[in-house]
Ligand binder design. Structure first.
Ligand SMILES: N[C@@H](CCC(=O)N[C@@H](CS)C(=O)NCC(=O)O)C(=O)O
Length: 239
């Protein structure tokens, strides 16, 4: 696929997925799709990317994923996989190079439990900016987020490791990262004031080549989110 520009309703469907490839349906600014992108990149998986206009989805995309969500994967055999944790687990299982999930059942279970905890953090990334935008007092929500970050900080202190799964990056780090990448854009850095270990984790993650290769600049994010808040998301912003 030679263009990063998004496909909207009425666009011709991309052809079949070539053998030896996997197709990644994405949206360039989606944090959930970024999880899958991190895993694809970290594992060096050959893939093509089809970006979707989420405000005006092509019918052929809805036929593949009735939920209409990115990330979605498609194999040359026409198998379709969606929901970010499921796509990432699938990739880790099918492509054995550079395993990101622990091999032990308990290790895997621990990562899934951490992800469950983290899923309670994600709504704050929507609620706080939306509240501010409506002129509401969001200090209570900010305090709650600070508390949640402090718990993740405690977890790192207890583990005494650089990353959440050990001394090197594992799946859980990539699953959480896209939201931390957006802290500055959503002006939420102050919520990390009681979380020094988590701040160190952010610094270590920022040095990871896969993280570096998949991130947008703050200006590009700002440009996209401005269009998003105005109700007219420019999915091709910066192209
Ligand atoms: N639970 C899903 C959430 C994915 C999601 O919300 N993706 C958004 C883009 S960031 C989307 O596709 N939105 C389209 C829509 O809601 O119609 C996952 O983890 O993959």
């Amino acid at each position: 696929m030679s263009t990063e520009k998004c496909f909207a309703k009425g666009s011709a469907a991309p052809g079949p997925v070539p053998q030896g490839n996997i197709r990644f349906y994405s949206m360039r600014f989606c944090p959930f799709a970024q999880r899958t992108k991190l895993v694809l990149n970290a594992k060096g998986i050959k893939h093509d990317t089809v970006n979707i206009n989420l405000k005006d989805k092509p019918d052929w995309f809805l036929e593949k994923n009735p939920l209409g969500l990115v990330p979605t994967l498609e194999t040359p055999a026409g198998e379709v996989i969606y929901e970010s944790p499921i796509t990432c687990d699938y990739l880790d299982e099918v492509y054995p190079e550079k395993k990101l999930l622990p091999s032990s059942p308990f290790g895997k279970a621990q990562q899934r439990m951490m992800l469950e905890h983290f899923s309670k953090v994600i709504p704050y990334f929507r609620k706080i900016p939306a509240g501010r935008n409506n002129g509401e007092d969001v200090s209570g929500l900010e305090a709650e987020l600070k508390e949640k970050f402090a718990k993740f900080n405690k977890d790192l202190v207890k583990r005494k490791t650089k990353f959440f799964g050990g001394e090197s990056i594992t799946m859980i780090d990539y699953m959480m990262w896209p939201f931390f990448e957006r802290l500055e854009i959503f002006e939420l850095q102050h919520c990390l004031n009681d979380a020094p270990e988590l701040k160190k984790w952010i610094e270590c993650m920022s040095e990871d080549p896969t993280v570096k290769a998949t991130r947008h600049s703050v200006d590009t994010y700002k440009g996209f989110y401005k269009s998003y808040i105005e109700g007219n998301p420019n999915y091709d912003y910066g192209l």
